[in-house]
Design a protein. Structure first.
Length: 406
């Protein structure tokens, strides 16, 4: 347990490091996918994801939320300034614009020693289909402050394993609060029908059962790093996935540097990655400082509460919660919370936000502005997904183009 009665620990409880990954599609002014090669071949911070036209921005490591978002914005500006020369724009939504057909989605082409990356992407296209690979989102990476971990006198890996187990149980709240992808162009669901707007009852299509999930429910061993890695190896040996990077799950534990199971076992856990974050079209680079602040508060809350016993049944339930959290109607869809009680999404979200507020209140840490911002989304029906559905329902892509091209 984190020693919250220690004054130094309380003062440094929020110390940590942040990194952001943002995916975004390059498009032309008519809402179609760009067909030009990746414009940043030598920039390690601006790379390709699945598609040749899918930019992935990777920030460095920052010691504050604000610094991380400002760096992301700098890279966003760099990308926009470069691609506008080719008449291209960054699509600032998680759901794609117009798609003509599968051939319209160019798999990223790597050569030489990196050619395996293209082989891997071909594998993904066969397993999940190219259309699903066009979803874009944001991943947040967090690591605890080194001095904080040292002062706690606890094993770093044990702390991250506990955090992962706990946030698997409660992380559905991120989907509820940050969902922003309720609308699709008709071409995503009906091949060849372009320009109509579809709503299928989701606040986040990307995070729903139609989005980024494996064809099985993964269950992990959070008892040790070795056990966690073996959990993933078992899925690889069964042929369900090809590597650890194919685990499509909201929470990942990762090593420093190259992401491999061997490195994770040898060097231990360096940070936690949270992946269920939609692009926010109302923020310049897709994420609002206040939302990243909330994620930070959630992480620390989860690290400080008692460890959850994440049995197989509880992990299966957690996956259901995550998928349910992507549904739009918060008064119809249910969540099973920690004590086994079944509540509506709205009730469950308000209860967890209240628990987090009580936790920080007991420590004398002022989180009022951030938590009230999140609570207001739930109480007033003003989540990003609510706003997108209201403002873009008449023509998702046409209205989206007005936003990204201005």
């Amino acid at each position: 347990m984190i020693m919250l009665d220690n004054e130094w620990v309380r003062e440094h409880l929020l110390d940590g490091e942040f990194g952001i990954e943002k995916e975004a599609l390059r498009i032309t002014g008519d809402g179609m996918f760009a067909k030009t090669p990746h414009p940043f071949p030598d920039d390690k911070n601006i790379v390709r994801d699945f598609c040749e036209n899918q930019i992935e921005i990777n920030t460095g490591v920052s010691d504050s939320v604000q610094a991380a978002v400002r760096e992301l914005e700098e890279y966003e500006r760099k990308v926009r300034d470069r691609i506008i020369k080719d008449g291209e724009y960054l699509w600032n939504f998680s759901n794609p614009p117009y798609i003509k057909d599968e051939e319209d989605i160019p798999i990223a082409q790597f050569e030489g020693v990196l050619s395996d990356k293209t082989v891997y992407r071909n594998h993904l296209s066969k397993m999940y289909g190219k259309y699903k690979m066009t979803f874009s989102g944001i991943h947040v990476n967090f690591s605890f402050g080194a001095e904080l971990i040292k002062s706690l006198g606890i094993n770093k890996d044990e702390l991250y394993l506990k955090l992962a187990a706990n946030i698997v149980e409660d992380g559905w709240i991120i989907t509820v609060l940050l969902s922003a992808s309720p609308l699709l162009d008709s071409s995503f669901l009906t091949r060849g029908v372009i320009g109509e707007t579809d709503y299928i009852g989701m606040a986040s299509v990307r995070c729903s059962e139609l989005g980024y999930w494996n064809h099985f429910v993964p269950v992990f061993d959070y008892g040790s790093v070795h056990g966690y890695c073996d959990s993933i190896r078992e899925y690889i040996s069964e042929g369900l996935i090809s590597s650890q990077t194919e685990i499509y799950y909201p929470v990942r534990l990762k090593p420093a540097g190259e992401n491999s199971l061997e490195r994770l076992e040898e060097n231990g856990i360096n940070h936690i990655e949270l992946r269920n974050i939609d692009i926010n079209p109302y923020a310049y680079a897709g994420i609002d400082d206040r939302d990243l602040e909330f994620i930070h508060y959630l992480i620390i809350y989860e690290a400080c509460r008692a460890r959850s016993d994440m049995t197989k049944d509880k992990q299966v339930r957690a996956c259901i919660n995550y998928k349910n959290a992507a549904h739009f109607d918060m008064d119809v869809t249910n969540i099973m919370i920690k004590d086994g009680t079944v509540l509506t999404l709205r009730e469950a979200a308000l209860k967890l936000l209240e628990d987090i507020e009580d936790f920080y209140g007991s420590l004398g840490i002022d989180t009022a502005n951030i938590l009230s911002y999140q609570t207001d989304k739930i109480r007033t029906g003003n989540r990003y997904s609510d706003r997108v559905r209201r403002e873009y329902a008449d023509s998702f892509v046409k209205r989206g183009l007005e936003l990204v091209t201005k």
